[in-house]
Design a binder for this molecule. Structure first.
Ligand code: ZN
Length: 89
């Protein structure tokens, strides 16, 4: 049992994984049709859409919420660390 690194979903069966391959780190909702992982922007847009539909937030609120949710996920926190490492403080 694994959690998707991009959205946090539990992946229990092969069909939950990208391309049905249980060695994948991300789920079927976080890949494009060719099986590669979505970019931050693509996944963020998906989260905003989902939050607006299910929680009744407007786009600005949903966008903030998606930022917070995604910050907790391994795929994107790794991305932040890489960017932080390159910037001068
Ligand atoms: Zn996912």
């Amino acid at each position: 049992m694994t959690r998707c690194i991009a959205c946090g979903m539990l992946m229990l069966k092969a069909s939950d994984y990208s391309t049905g391959d249980m060695n994948m780190e991300y789920c079927c909702h976080c890949c494009r049709s060719d099986g590669t992982m979505m970019t931050y922007e693509e996944r963020h847009a998906g989260f905003v859409d989902f939050i607006m539909r299910t929680q009744g937030f407007d786009e600005a609120g949903a966008s903030l919420m998606a930022d917070c949710l995604m910050r907790e996920l391994p795929a994107w926190s790794r991305r932040d660390r890489q960017e932080d490492g390159l910037s001068d403080l």
